[in-house]
Ligand binder design. Sequence first.
Ligand code: PMP
Length: 458
Amino acid sequence: MLSNLAARDVETLIHPYTNLATFRETGSLVLERGHGVWVYDSDGRPYLEGMAGLWCTALGYSNEELVEAAREQMSRLPFTHLFSGRSHDPAIELAETLKELMPVPTSKIFFTSSGSEANDTQVKLTWYLNNALGRPTKKKIICHRKGYHGVTVATASMTGLPANHADWDLPLPGFLHTGCPHHYRFGEAGETEGAFAARLADELDALIQREGPDTVAAFVAEPILGAGGAIVPPAGYYAGIQAVLERYDVRFIADEVICGFGRLGTWFGAEAMGMRPDSLTFAKALTSGYMPLGGISIDEPLYREMVSQSAKLGTFGHGTTYSGHPVACAVALKTIAIYRRDGIVEGVAAKAPHFQARLSALADHPIVGEARGVGLIGGIEIVACKRTKRQYDPKAGVAARCVAFAQAEGLIVRFLAGDRIAVCPPLVIAPAEIDTLFDRLGRALDRTRAWIAAEGLA
Ligand code: PMP
């Protein structure tokens, strides 16, 4: 029976990333409050939030210091903007703090309200840069198949997932995709991870050559692919990719929207995965998800060209009302202060072996083909046959069913295309809660296996 709120919901809201055809039957999970890593629905039932909301609530729920930072800024100066040289102290201080933290040479910071807007800005600035440099044909953007970079017209084009392209008239021309670095699914029989990584670097090289290096501007990649399946690229993969990009003078952008701010046990995913990008995109855990805020780092060569273009054109014609919103910046400053004071990133590194051991153990489950991650993130893949890696008919919705069983067990996790399930809890999760998470996920897998048998799925 749908609760009253859930019934009102189906009559009024369009939900992002929801099957709108079946939504009326499946209904919604209406959450009302949260505490630590726990959230409570409108009937008071607790759930362990195994996805940190949408990969973002790193400090968990009910963090009163973040609430107080927002309250203080909201009562002092709830809004001003950064247009035409207007400024405010939280944005200045946050940009200074981020410059210190960035693992790449950073001259300036540009703020947005979301990851999509931030990646959209990366595309526009890449084009702007190449116009400034007098190479107007060098504009194409390459991303991974199964990469996720957002939903605006440009960033949905960057995203390499069918649901973001089919019937949306996307990708736009000039947005290309290269091989997904998922050895379990795309490695050939007997191919080592190293050989697979080298093959993908060759594939990227061939793509750039085929398109013409004079037309390829940037490669944008997540350290670990998140929404595409919580996929870990092979060791050394990015070193091979980087060499190709350098050969053709292609800008390298790391999309740190999920991996930034500690998720992999390092401040940024680029550090854990051996990437040396020109720029980073960040959002989500920057404010622990308490306020919408994203942004990008800007290196000195790009900054110089932006200034020289402005000298010619009179203004830098980009920015949104809420870029660098003061309340969001105040919350971000407090979030980073807590990460530093409480050693949150070091804490992730310390808890990761336990988390990863519990995750890898799921690979022994009869319906699990792969269970792999880094830090406090991981993905599991459900398969019909462990030996051949054959998958169930996508229409059966096996991973979605498993996620529903997990919810019935009091655990929130997320299903992704290809019968994958992502696990990405708040960074403050305690070791005993890690055990609760994986105990419940294990029971959800058992129930899924029983359901598969009852349905006679093959
Ligand atoms: N990049 C990555 C890696 C993401 O995971 C996401 C969101 N899941 C985005 C970009 C888009 O961010 P937003 O939803 O804030 O627009």
